[in-house]
Structure formats: structure tokens, C-alpha cells
Design a binder for this molecule. Structure first.
Ligand code: PLP
Length: 399
């Protein structure tokens, strides 16, 4: 075992208080999944039997008819869309993304759900060859607009549950399901980051898709749960467009183990540990001039709170984004959740901490805020400049 593989590879030992972010390595994989991945890597298996075994575990945890594991939630979205168009027609599956001859080749989605999770939601739909039917406007979607989209070519509705989506003015899942089902159209829910493994199917979804590598602490994979015919049709894409989204035997075994561990996890104890970290940070940060720290609930009702840290440059002598960048540049680097930084605040997410890291984060804040007060308010970085730097670095890769 390599003690810290990051040092071995010359990578910075970051502390993640941002959340389960792909860009940071998603989550801490639970020991049960680590053991299952390791045990499976050196064995041969009949892969479709392994997938059958995974289906049984997913069905138990999600109270669904069936389930299958693919490369990621994004892959699951593409394959579920593909399956909704092709059903079990193997020739059609091999023809995708060419949808020639398919009766249904379009997917409806509310405008406020057309967001990005690191890639555009609608691209996951288009990858299957489907046309995207945008319903309503970003902040205002009405039932008659959805009804109008659900014509004879509509294969499915994609419904996204996420903090990324517009949180008002959208049709609720129950209403979407009622309208879609009246026209025989299934509803696929992107629930990548949602802890609730049963609620979306119970409220009318036909398929619900999760990331194994987020809250579950599994290996990188996507979980597709729901109606057996739709899950089977998505699974069958493995002989078509799903090949490029292949999940290995180790990830299927690891996902089964992560789901089993989730069922046995002491969720109250995990929550108590997160709350302790939030309280520690709130007390330490609030002692600094110009800093206001409030505990905020998760916007989609996951049982998870975060600390919202507001920086008033007049008192703190640093902007929220320069503070975030200073924390990320320091030793050890601390990466905060900065999706809404232009509003003058960021969040600290406590769900991915190793023992001792909460205290290290508090100490890094003390050091950076004391340093900011000691300097004579350096000119803040412009936000446009900060964004430009981020993309410039991406475009320089691998240099
Ligand atoms: C993370 C996320 C995805 C993508 O999940 P992957 O498993 O990383 O592909 C899709 N939708 C939402 C809402 C997400 O948060």
C-alpha cells in the first residue's frame, strides 16, 4: 500500500470542503467498497451474471423492479434515453445514435433543468441521438407547455433533481409524472447527488439515476433503477453506444458493496460528525472581523447542512473569492464550494472529511484571515479575470 499516493504522483494533498466534486475525486470510498474492488480486480466473472447480482441489490435498496450499473450517472442518463427510444430492438440499438426509423426520438426537459454538472445535461440526451424538446422558460414552466411537448415523437421526460437547477417555477415531479403517464411517456429522473434512493420512484418516476461515487462512497459508476423493461432496454445498450461507457467488474462489485454499506451505515453518527465540523468552523470563523458564517440546509433537502461563509471586504480586508483562492493556494490546500462566489460568499461542505481535517481547515482560515488583516487591503482580483485564469489553465493542459 502506498501511504499517500498523491505524494508518490507529485500531486497536492488537498482537503475537500467543496462536496462530492468530480474535479476533486468525488468522495472518500467506503472501506467495504475498497475491499470489494480489490477482491474483484484479479478474478474472472461472467459479467452479465454480475450485472444480475447488482440488479437485485439495486432493486432492494431502491424498491425498484430492476437496476443496472454503468460508467457514471451521465452515462446512465444517455443509456436510459437510448433505451426509452429503442426498447429491446437490438438492430435499433446498433444503429444509434442514428435514430432513423424510430417512432419516438425526442426527450422533453424543463428549461430550468437544462443545467450543467461539469457538462451540459442536454448533451447527455443528445449523445443517444435524441432531439431535446425544451419546455417553458428558465424560471417559468407550465403544465400546458409540457403537454404540448409530449407528442407522438416524445420518448421520455428527463427530470433533474439538483441544487444546480432553478429552484422555483418548475413543475413538480408528481405533476410531470401524471401528465407524462397520461400520454404513455416515461419519466427519467437524474438524481445523481440525492440521498433518497426510493422517493423519486415512489413519486412517479419510471427510472431514477444516481452516482455511485457521490454520497454512497462507491467507486466511479452510475446506478440506473426503475421499471424492469426500461432498465433492461438501457442495459442492452451495452452492445451499442453503451460500450464506450463501459463499467468494469470492479466498479460493479464496488457499487454493490457501497449500497450494502449504505443500508447498514449509522447515518445519525455521520450527521453528528458533520454537525460538529460545522459548529467548529462557525465559531472560529465568526471570531474574525468582516466574516459572517451561517449554517445552511441543502437546497434539495438532502440530510446535509453546509456552512455559508460571507466575507465583507471592508471588515475582512479580503473578498470571498480571494479568500477562497488563498485557501486553495496554501499548505495544505483547502478547496471550498464556490459555485456562487460572485455573490460574496462560498460554502464549506463537511461530508468528505478525514479525521483531523476539520481542525486543519479552521487553522487555515485563522492564518489567511489574520494575514489579510495584517496587509493593507491589496487590490482585489476581478471576477472576470479569475474566470479567465481557470479556463486558460484548462486550455493549456497537459502543460
Ligand atoms: C454529478 C451529477 C451528474 C453527473 O454524475 P456522474 O456520475 O459524475 O456522471 C449528473 N447530474 C447531476 C445533477 C449531478 O449532480
Amino acid at each position: 500500500m502506498i501511504p499517500d499516493i498523491r505524494a508518490h504522483l507529485g500531486l497536492r494533498p488537498i482537503i475537500n470542503v467543496s462536496g462530492t466534486m468530480t474535479a476533486l475525486g468525488a468522495s472518500i470510498v467506503v472501506p467495504e467498497a475498497v475491499a470489494a474492488v480489490t477482491a474483484m480486480l484479479t478474478q474472472f466473472v461472467e459479467i452479465n451474471d454480475l450485472h444480475r447480482r447488482a440488479s437485485a441489490t439495486i432493486a432492494r435498496l431502491c424498491a425498484s423492479e430492476a437496476g443496472f450499473v454503468t460508467a457514471s450517472c451521465a452515462a446512465g442518463m444517455t443509456l436510459a434515453v437510448a433505451g426509452a427510444m429503442t426498447g429491446a430492438d437490438l438492430a435499433a440499438i446498433e444503429r444509434l445514435p442514428d435514430t432513423e426509423g424510430l417512432a419516438r426520438d425526442a426527450v422533453a426537459i424543463q428549461a430550468g433543468h437544462m443545467v450543467g454538472y461539469g457538462a451540459p445535461v442536454e448533451q447527455a440526451i443528445r449523445l443517444a441521438g435524441a432531439r431535446v424538446l425544451r419546455v417553458g422558460q428558465a424560471t417559468d414552466v407550465r403544465a400546458y407547455q409540457l403537454e404540448a411537448a409530449l407528442g407522438p415523437r416524445c420518448a421520455a421526460v428527463m427530470h433533474v433533481v439538483s441544487h444546480h437547477t432553478v429552484q422555483y417555477g418548475q413543475l413538480a415531479l408528481e405533476d410531470v409524472a401524471e401528465i407524462a403517464h397520461a400520454r404513455g411517456v416515461p419519466v427519467i429522473v437524474d438524481a445523481a447527488s440525492e440521498y433518497d434512493l426510493r422517493g423519486f420512484l415512489a413519486r412517479g418516476a419510471d427510472v431514477a439515476i444516481y452516482s455511485a461515487h457521490k454520497f454512497l462512497g462507491g467507486p466511479t459508476a452510475g446506478i440506473v433503477a426503475g421499471r424492469k423493461d426500461l432498465v433492461r432496454a438501457a442495459f442492452l445498450q451495452n452492445i451499442g453506444i453503451g460500450r464506450g461507457m463501459k463499467v468494469g467488474k470492479e466498479s460493479v462489485a464496488g457499487t454493490i458493496a457501497a449500497l450494502d454499506a449504505w443500508e447498514r451505515r449509522d447515518h445519525a453518527a455521520v450527521r453528528a460528525g458533520e454537525t460538529a465540523a460545522l459548529r467548529l468552523w462557525q465559531a472560529r470563523l465568526s471570531a474574525h472581523a468582516g466574516i459572517r458564517a451561517v449554517i445552511a440546509p441543502d437546497p434539495t433537502d438532502n440530510p446535509l447542512d453546509r456552512l455559508e461563509v460571507h466575507a465583507d471586504p471592508a471588515g475582512a480586508r479580503i473578498t470571498a473569492w480571494d479568500l477562497a483562492d488563498a485557501l486553495a493556494a496554501g499548505d495544505p490546500p483547502v478547496i471550498v464550494r464556490d459555485h456562487e462566489i460572485e455573490q460574496g460568499w462560498f460554502q464549506l461542505d463537511p461530508c468528505n472529511l478525514h479525521p483531523g481535517e476539520a481542525e486543519t481547515v479552521a487553522a487555515r482560515f485563522d492564518a489567511e484571515l489574520e494575514r489579510a488583516r495584517g496587509t493593507n487591503a491589496a487590490a482585489p482580483t476581478g471576477l472576470a479575470e479569475r474566470r479567465r485564469r481557470r479556463f486558460a489553465s484548462l486550455l493549456r493542459w497537459p502543460d
